[in-house]
Write a protein that binds this ligand. Sequence first.
Ligand code: GAP
Length: 599
Amino acid sequence: MSQEETEGERLAELAKRRGYFFGASGAYGGAAGFYTFGPQGASLKSNVEDAWRERFTVQEGNFEVEAPTIMPEPVFEASGHLDGFDDMLVECPQCGESHRADHLIEDETSIEEAETLPIPEVEDLIEEHEIQCPACGAHLSGEPVDDFNLMFETNIGPGSSTPGYLRPETAQGIFVEFPRIKEYARNSLPFGVTQIGRAYRNEISPRKSIVRTREFTQAELEQFVDPERDEPDLESVRDVEVTLYPATEQERDGGGYVETTVGAAVEEGIVGDAWVGYFLGVAQEWYERIGVDVDRFRFRQHLPGERAHYAADCWDAESEVDGDWIEIAGFAYRGDYDLSKHDEYGDDEFTIFRQFDEPKEVEEAVVEPDMSVLGPEFGGAAGDVKAALEDLAERDPSAFEGDVVEVEIDGETHEVDADVANFRIEERTVSGEHITPHVIEPSFGVDRTVYTLLAHAYERDEVDGEARSFLSLSPEVAPTDVGVFPLVSNVERLVERAEGIVDDLRTAGFSVVYDDSGSIGRRYRRQDEVGTPFCVTVDRDGLEGDGPDTVTIRERDTARQVRVPVSDLVDELRAVESGDRPFDDLVDAYELVAPGADG
Ligand code: GAP
C-alpha cells in the first residue's frame, strides 16, 4: 500500500475486494453514479437502516410509511422541485463533458459553498481563475453556466400524456399522504412520519464513489408540529455535547467552531429552533453509537444563500474523510412550506384541526345572495358570482358597506346590489380552527453514512509481529456478527462441532460466517478486514479436556482470546455483542488464551 494512497482510494479498493460496494453494470461498461452494494455492503447498509429505524421510528413513537418512488408531475410543481431543484452546469466546448460549475470553483479556488453564488458571478470566477475542463484541459472561460434540473423524468403509462418523475427526496411521498396519515395520528399533533427508501438525482458529476450518486437511499423523518404549542423533549438531550459551525462563524474572519451542549445552543439562540436542537442531539448520540468518530464530525449551519427553496433554517451533519467535509444528513426547518403548497395544488386538505382550550365566540361575515335576482341577471355565471361574494365577505367585509358590491371574475368586474348580496355579521361559537402544521425534517443519507463508517473504522496495527488492517465497526452495524472456524479442517470432530455451533448461533439470531480454508491466522485477518467483531475457534484442546467442551472467542480490535464453555457461548456472545458486557469481563472470568496460540 503506497504512502500517497488517500482514505477514499483505500476505501474504494477495500470495498471492491471485500464486497462492500462497486460500480454497477460493469459488464456493460458501467453507468456513472450507480453502485451495487455487495454481500458485506448490503448487510452493513441494512444494519444502518435498522439502527436508524430503531432510534428514529420506534423510540420516537413515529409512523413508518413506504410510498412509490415515481410520482406524477403536479406533485413536483407543488413542491417546487420542477422550478427550483437545479444545479449549475457548464459544458466543455472541446470534449463535451458536463461539470458542476460551483464544484469547479471550489476545487480551483479557496471559495467554499460556491452553490450560494449567482450564475453571472460563477461565470466571472471561471474566467478570472482561468478554470479548465478537468477531463481534457480546455479552457471554460466564456462558456455559459446554466441551471440544470436534477430530476429524472419518465412517462407514466404508454404515451407522453402523463409525465412523472423519480422522486428526488423521499419526503414528498410523506407530504402528499398527509391527509390520510393524520387520520392514523387521530388528527392530533405532534407526530412524526418516517420513510427509508431510494431517491434519484441526475447529478451533473457524480463523484467520490457512493458519496454523490444518481440513485441513493435516504432515511427521512418529517416531524409535524403545532408551532405555537408543541415542544420537543429537549431535556433528554440537554447535556449532549456538539460541535457547531454556525453561519455567523463561517462568515466571520477567523471564525471557528462552537463547542457546546444542545441545551446551551438552544437557550443561547445558536440553534434557533428547539425541535432542530433536539434532533441534533438525538443524531449526535446515534452517530456516536453506530461508530462515527465524533472528532471527525460537526454540525454546520447553511449559509443564507445555500438553503433549499423550502428551508427557513438548516444544519448539516458533516463527517470528515480525506480532509474533506461530507454532508451526511440535513436538519431543516421546513415551516408550513410543503403542506401549504400541497393544500394549494392538491385536492385534499393539508391542515389539521386545532381545538381551543375553551370554545370562543367569533364574528363571522355571512352572505346569502338572492339567487332569484342573480340568476336572471348573470345567467350561467350566477354561481361564480355567488362564490366570489362569499370569498369577498371572508377577505374584506368592508367591501359590503356601500350600496353596490364589486366582484371580479376572470378579470371582469361585476356589480351586485348590496341588498341582493344579503350581507350580515353573525356571532358564532367555535371550538377550534384549522392550522397548517410546521415540519422539522431530519434527512439522513444512508450511503454516505456507510461511507463514513467504513472510513472512520479503518485501522492498522500489528498482531503477533505482523501488520494487519481491520475495520473496527460497531457490532450493531457490522455485516457479520461472528466468524466460526475449526482450527484444522481435516479433523472431522472439529468440523462437525464447528458446524453445530454455526447452526446454534444462527438459530439464536447471529449472522455467522463459517470458514475452514487457509491458516487460522489468515482466517482471522479476513474477518478483521471486513469488521467481524468476534471469531469463535473450535480446537482439540477444547474438546479433549476433562471438563465441559470449550471454544475460544476472539475480540477483533485487541485480538485477545478467551476460552469459554460451549454451553455459555450464545449468552456470552450476546452480552458482548450488545455491549451489555465488556470483553474485559470475559477476560476476567475465563482463561485468556496466549497470543500466537491461534497459529
Ligand atoms: N428531504 C431533504 C433532502 O433531501 P438533501 O440535503 O438534499 O435534503 C439529504 O438530502 C441527504 O441525502 C444528504 O444529507 C445526503 O446525505 C443524501 N444525499 C443527497 N444527495 C445525494 C447523492 N447524490 N448521493 C448520495 N447521497 C445523497
